[in-house]
Design a protein around this ligand. Sequence first.
Ligand SMILES: [Zn+2]
Length: 265
Amino acid sequence: MMFNITESFIRLLLFWGVLFLFLSLEIMIPYRPSSVSKVKRWINNLALTLFNSILLNLIFSTAIVYTATYAQANKLGILSMVQAPTWLKILVTVAFMDFMLYVWHLLNHEVPFLWRFHRVHHSDLNMDVSSATRFHIGELAISAVIKISLIFFLGASPMGVLIFESALVLCAQFHHSSLKVPKSFETLWWILFVPPSMHRIHHSVKIKERNTNYGTIFSLWDRILGTLLTSVDQVKIRIGVGAYHKPDKLNFHQLLVMPFTKPVK
Ligand SMILES: [Zn+2]
């Protein structure tokens, strides 16, 4: 119970702290000027974020921590069968969960039913830190069920799960941010992780560019599985989904019903 409260507090603090840090930096040193109203996009994206976090926190956050606590106490899962230092088990947890997220993300693009939900995220007309949590609750609910099963299968510890979830939020907020990042830093970051330029290609309206660069924390999975794309002129990238180009058709309630409207590529 105590871990649950501390865990929720740390996650909330990290999420809002980093969100406002990146928002301030985006305003001071933007990667490029917004093509549509930032305020209107922020209202929609934050409404979706708040709506999701209130409902999902109520249903899934406790279940995720409970699963990890239960698996650890009862020595369940693959990790309980091996003798290894705690830091190594945490590293394996982060790498394994991130790889499964890569697979899940790829499926969200390739399976038409899943794309119906995932297109809500991609329909954002500009990409910035608020895009990182612009997801339809249907996609998050399915992924939470899968996540709980994976934690159980792996026997991930509550600490391992907390570190993975925190890294996930920080990396997703960073690579969605519309921030001018020094080239030298991006080049270094790219060796192991996903920089904004790599994820910007993933948000391109061009389907060939969109169906690449699925990684969230590590860039390794895209490298070894052939889905990495780097040779794109960043200046020419137009963000969004071709069928959704009118900002006034992308309000909060329209985003909520989008998965149940006509399919688009
Ligand atoms: Zn995607």
